[in-house]
Design a protein. Structure first.
Length: 458
C-alpha cells in the first residue's frame, strides 16, 4: 500500500512539473524585494503633508494607508512568518518539568500510610522524522509567499477602486459643467422663443418643443449631480477624508501600449492571480511529501531526571522514606505499518485538490487573457474615439454657433438649432466617458501585468 502511494506521488510530481510554470529564482528574489519595500512603505504611519488638490498617486497612497483590507492582508503575512518559527520548533529539544504529590492511606492486610512528592525534568528530542519536519518548514515558506501574493492582489483591487472613484469625481464634475452649460444655453433659447412668440414670430409648438428640451436637460443635470455625489461619497469612504481636503484634479496620463503579445508575456509571468494558484500548487506538493513522511521511520530521544521524596508515616520493618534519584535515557524507534488506509486516502484527497488547482490555473490563464484583451482593445478604441470626438466637438460647436446667430436673426428654425445643441452636448459627454474609460482600463491592464503597485512607487 505504501509503495503504491509513493508511486502515485512520483507520477503526480512529474505531471505537475509538466503542467505548471515555476517562477525562477531571480523572479522570486525580485518579488521578495518588492514585498519588503511595500511593507516598509505601509509601516510608515505619517505621510508627507499634501495640499487639498491631490494627484492620483497621492490619493492612492492616502487610501492604502487607511485600508483595512490591506492591513488584514499584512497580518496574514505576519501569521505566516510565525508559522515558520512554529515549524522550526520541531528541530529543537523540548524540556518539561513535571511535579506531583501523592498521599496514600491503606489499612487491612497491607497497611500503608505515606506522603510522596515527585519532580521530573524531561528532555525530548526528535532525531529523525523521515523529512516530515523539514518539509513542513518548507511549506511555511510557500505559505508566506502565497500571503505576500495575496497582499499584492488586495492592493491591486483596492487601488483600482480608488482609481475608478478618483476619475468618477474628476469626470463627474466635468459632466456637470457640460450639462449645466447645455441647460443654460437652452434657457437662453427659451427666452428668445418666448420673446418671438410675443412678437408673433414663433408658435406654441416652438415654445413647447424648447420647454421639453429644457426639462430633459434639467433631468440630465440632476442625474449627473446625483452620480457625482455618489462618486464623491465613495471617494471619501476609500480615502477616509473629505473631498475638500483631497480634491482630485489630474487627468493627463500617458496610455501608450506595446503590442498585445508582449503585454501578455508580462501577464503570464507576473499576474497575481496566476502566481497565487501556482504557489498553492507548490503547497499541495509539500502536503504530499509531509503525508508520505508521516508513515516513515521516527527516531526520538528522551531523557528524564527524577527526584522523589517519600515520608512513611506508618512505620514498618522496611521503611522507604527519604530521597531517591532516578535517571532514564531512551531512544525510541517507531514505524507505522498500517493505519487503516488513512494516509493513502489523504494522499488521494490532496492529489485531487492539486488537480482542481491545476484546472483552475488553466482556466484563470484563459480568463485573464480574455479580459486583458478586452482592456487592451478598450484602451486603443477609446484613444481613437477621443480623437474623432474632439474633431466632432469642434465642428459641432462651430455649427451650433452659426445656427445660434441665424436663429437670433430669425433665419434659422428652432428644430435645427436644438439638434445642433444636442449633438454638441452628447459629443462632449461621450468624450468624457471615453477619457475616463480609457484611463481606468489602462490601469486595470497594468494590474493584470502585475505592474500597478510598482507604478505607484510601492
Amino acid at each position: 500500500m505504501f509503495l503504491r502511494v509513493s508511486h502515485n506521488i512520483f507520477i503526480f510530481f512529474v505531471w505537475m512539473i509538466a503542467s505548471c510554470t515555476i517562477v525562477n529564482a531571480d523572479t522570486s528574489e525580485n518579488e521578495h524585494d518588492s514585498i519588503a519595500k511595500l511593507n516598509t512603505f505601509l509601516a510608515q504611519k505619517d505621510g508627507e503633508a499634501i495640499s487639498n488638490r491631490v494627484t492620483l498617486k497621492q490619493a492612492v497612497i492616502t487610501a492604502m494607508k487607511v485600508n483595512y483590507r490591506v492591513m488584514q492582508a499584512k497580518e496574514r503575512i505576519f501569521q505566516a512568518e510565525h508559522g515558520t518559527k512554529e515549524a522550526y520548533s520541531d528541530f529543537l529539544p523540548k524540556v518539561d518539568i513535571v511535579s506531583g504529590n501523592t498521599h496514600k492511606k491503606s489499612s487491612g492486610f497491607d497497611d500503608q500510610y505515606y506522603n510522596q512528592t515527585r519532580g521530573d525534568i524531561v528532555t525530548s528530542y526528535n532525531l529523525f522524522s523521515s523529512g516530515e519536519h523539514s518539509e513542513t518548514v518548507a511549506k511555511t515558506y510557500i505559505t508566506k509567499k502565497e500571503q505576500e501574493e495575496r497582499l499584492k492582489g488586495t492592493l491591486e483591487e483596492e487601488i483600482i477602486k480608488v482609481i475608478d472613484a478618483y476619475f468618477s469625481v474628476v469626470y463627474g464634475k466635468m459632466a456637470i459643467e457640460v450639462n449645466r452649460n447645455n441647460y443654460d444655453k437652452l434657457l437662453k433659447i427659451l427666452d428668445i422663443v418666448k420673446i418671438k412668440r410675443e412678437l408673433g414670430a414663433a408658435t406654441v409648438g416652438d415654445e413647447n418643443s424648447i420647454l421639453a428640451s429644457v426639462s430633459n436637460a434639467k433631468t440630465a443635470l440632476i442625474n449627473t449631480e446625483s452620480s457625482y455625489n455618489n462618486a464623491k461619497d465613495y471617494y471619501e469612504f476609500l480615502t477616509n477624508a473629505k473631498l475638500e481636503d483631497l480634491t482630485p484634479f489630474e487627468t493627463d496620463f500617458q496610455t501608450n501600449l506595446r503590442p498585445f503579445d508582449e503585454v501578455y508575456d508580462q501577464i503570464k509571468k507576473f499576474n497575481t492571480d496566476v502566481n497565487i494558484l501556482e504557489t498553492q500548487i507548490q503547497s499541495k506538493q509539500k502536503d504530499l511529501l509531509i503525508n508520505s513522511a508521516s508513515q516513515g521511520l521516527k527516531i526520538d530521544f528522551s531523557m528524564t531526571n527524577s527526584r522523589r521524596f517519600r515520608d512513611d508515616m506508618l512505620k514498618s520493618a522496611s521503611p522507604s522514606e527519604g530521597m531517591n534519584n532516578d535517571f532514564i535515557a531512551e531512544v525510541t524507534f517507531s514505524l507505522n505499518l498500517y493505519d487503516g488506509g488513512k494516509t493513502e486516502a489523504r494522499a488521494a484527497r490532496i492529489m485531487s485538490e492539486a488537480s482542481a488547482l491545476v484546472y483552475n490555473l488553466e482556466y484563470t490563464k484563459q480568463d485573464t487573457k480574455w479580459n486583458s484583451q478586452k482592456l487592451f482593445n478598450s484602451v486603443q478604441t477609446n484613444t481613437k474615439t477621443i480623437d474623432t470626438l474632439t474633431t466632432e466637438i469642434d465642428a459641432s460647436n462651430k455649427m451650433a454657433d452659426a445656427y445660434w446667430e441665424k436663429f437670433r436673426l430669425s433665419s434659422q428654425d428652432l428644430v435645427t438649432l436644438l439638434q445642433a445643441q444636442r449633438q454638441v452636448n452628447n459629443a462632449e459627454l461621450e468624450k468624457l466617458r471615453s477619457e475616463k474609460s480609457r484611463v481606468v482600463d489602462y490601469f486595470s491592464l497594468l494590474a493584470k501585468q502585475g505592474k500597478l503597485i510598482e507604478h505607484f512607487g510601492f
